[in-house]
Design a protein around this ligand. Structure first.
Ligand SMILES: O=P(O)(O)OC[C@H]1O[C@](O)(CO)[C@@H](O)[C@@H]1O
Length: 548
């Protein structure tokens, strides 16, 4: 396999970046009055504005060449064709099949593994999920004491938590208010404690969500929740208050959950790509089957766009290539995710798993060490809160951080008059990052305000904004199920695009294993900690907890 660094397009991009060094965003905009039009792309009514990145036509042309050199079109065909693209686990990655069913408009794409259509099993499970959710939402499914379920507690972690939690908050405007939803992920007992302190056992339904049903944190929380419920209502009540979502029927049965109350998905759905599967049960309970199908439809439409749109107009392709540009040619080590939508406050955390668990890899698909950078650090927070926390660093820090601004045009809150302010802030931030404020302007302003010459001289560098800091804006007309589904699918495919250029497998996560093993060994007291730091901290733990 050719290393990406050996492609002529990669080499040309290095030379090109060196030549672009003196070019500013201000000069690029000045030279091209139609830059916004020329450097934006659309998927339906979703707009990707990438004009505020330091790229020219030549840059984009070379990046598209790089995509072709890296075999992106062939890789994409393999992904959609059900090939075992997750080569270290010998599995396909067919999360797109979960959103294809024709029942919610679908996208006309067919998905098969080893020639066998997966649609029938996907549709069957989706129907079961929707039927169950309807029963709970309408009050037909009752708790052990005959009371209606009013509170859903999803117990899961990583992909079995972050996606559903993101969507349930993201679609707050679509939740009728009949059910309260909580998510427990952390093995810290404080998390479960907090949620159970506001739970009424007779009215609470626990979803134990775990692909493997072996994840230590989830199993510990599920056992504790089960003990809590059995302590309040008796062991027999567990049956009506616990459902499971998993691929592992044996473990679910061994835990004591009725297999009739288990919802299934398949090993070809990766944890961080699973919110579209039965892992989304909490979403269906929150917003109802109809809106869940709208969420799927938005993602399905993006799948079709990614599969069929030419590279130059393909949003996930452009997003992935820009990430490669920033990471490998500009040397930027992190990327900020800035949703200007409070309901998307969990998006940075969700994308941390999607991007960094997928592309935080140091060997190629073939197991050779990479000699190029892979995933940047992903971080961020909802605007405008971030402005009063870390935007100082974005504007004047020593290293530029490419930012993704996610804006919505129409507001669905009870206070729509504030939306204009939110939107204006998002636009202002990206413009301030791009164009800054020169030392000349700063000192002229201070002089005009009557400041003394020595004060002007002293404060000018502090008050200067260098500008030329890249950002991309994704504009959604509104945050509704369809557009939120589309947004997440855009990022999923973007991650695949970057992984393809970097020649890494975005669908495994071996890097999480060692810590799990070591924690288990410490818990079991096996062998004792080998290093003095771990041993010293363990000894202090024992002393502080008075065990010794
Ligand atoms: O759904 P499970 O099997 O409990 O796994 C939870 C999470 O743990 C991981 O395996 C590792 O963090 C993730 O990939 C996954 O989403």
């Amino acid at each position: 396999m050719t290393k990406p660094t050996e492609f002529s397009s990669w080499k040309s991009l290095i030379e090109h970046q060196a030549k672009l060094k003196g070019t500013t965003l201000a000069s690029l905009f000045a030279a091209d009055p139609a830059r916004f039009k020329n450097f934006s792309a659309t998927f339906g009514d979703v707009v990707l504005d990438y004009s505020k990145n330091g790229v020219s036509d030549v840059t984009m042309g070379l990046l598209f060449d790089l995509a072709r050199d890296a075999g992106l079109e062939e890789a994409r065909a393999k992904l959609f064709g059900g090939a075992r693209v997750n080569n270290t686990e010998n599995r396909p990655a067919l999360h797109m099949a979960l959103r294809a069913p024709a029942a919610h408009a679908g996208n006309g794409l067919a998905f098969a593994i080893d020639g066998k259509d997966v649609a029938p099993q996907v549709e069957r499970e989706l129907d079961l999920l929707c039927d169950f959710a309807d029963e709970v939402r309408m009050g037909a499914f009752k708790g052990a004491t005959g009371k209606r379920i009013r509170h859903i507690v999803n117990i899961g972690i990583g992909g079995s938590d972050l996606g559903p939690a993101l969507i349930v908050d993201g679609l707050r405007a679509d939740i009728g208010g009949k059910l309260q939803l909580d998510f427990v992920s952390n093995v810290d007992g404080a998390h479960l404690d907090l949620v159970l302190s506001r739970a009424v056992p007779e009215k609470t339904l626990f979803i134990v969500a775990s692909k493997t049903f072996t994840t230590a944190e989830t199993m510990a929380n599920a056992k504790a929740a089960r003990k809590w419920l059995a302590g309040k209502l008796g062991e027999a009540a567990v049956d009506r208050h616990f459902v499971a979502v998993s691929t592992n029927i044996e473990a679910v049965t061994a835990f004591g959950i009725n297999p009739d109350r288990m919802f299934r998905f398949w090993d070809w759905v990766g944890g961080r790509y699973s919110l579209w599967s039965a892992i989304g049960l909490s979403i269906i309970l929150a917003v109802g089957p109809h809106k869940f199908r709208d969420l799927l439809a938005g993602a399905a439409a993006v799948d079709r766009h990614f599969a069929e749109a030419p590279l130059t107009e393909n949003l996930p392709v452009i997003m992935g290539l820009l990430q490669v540009w920033h990471r490998n040619f500009c040397g930027f080590g992190s990327q900020a995710i800035l949703p200007y939508a409070q309901d998307l406050w969990r998006l940075p955390a969700y994308l941390q798993q999607l991007e960094m668990e997928s592309n935080g890899k140091r060997v190629t698909r073939e197991g050779q060490p990479v000699t190029w950078q892979t995933s940047p650090v992903i971080w961020g927070q909802a605007g405008t809160n971030g402005q009063h926390a870390f935007h100082q660093m974005l504007h004047q820090g020593s290293e530029p951080v490419p930012c993704d601004f996610i804006l919505t045009a129409r507001d669905r809150s009870a206070f729509p008059e504030q939306h204009q302010m939110l939107f204006a802030n998002g636009l202002a931030q990206s413009a301030a990052l791009a164009f800054g404020k020169s030392a000349e302007t700063v000192s002229a302003e201070m002089k005009a305000a009557g400041k003394a010459a020595d004060e002007v001289a002293f404060l000018t560098p502090h008050r200067t904004f260098p500008g030329n800091r890249p950002s991309t804006t994704l504009l959604l007309p509104v945050l509704d199920p369809y557009h939120l589904g589309a947004l997440i699918a855009l990022y999923e495919h973007k991650v695949f695009v970057a992984a393809t250029i970097w020649n890494i497998n975005p669908f495994d996560q071996w890097g999480v294993e060692l810590g799990k093993e070591m924690a288990n060994a410490l818990l079991a007291g096996k062998g004792g900690p080998a290093d003095s730091s771990t041993a010293g901290l363990m000894a202090l733990y024992d002393r502080y907890t008075h065990r010794k």
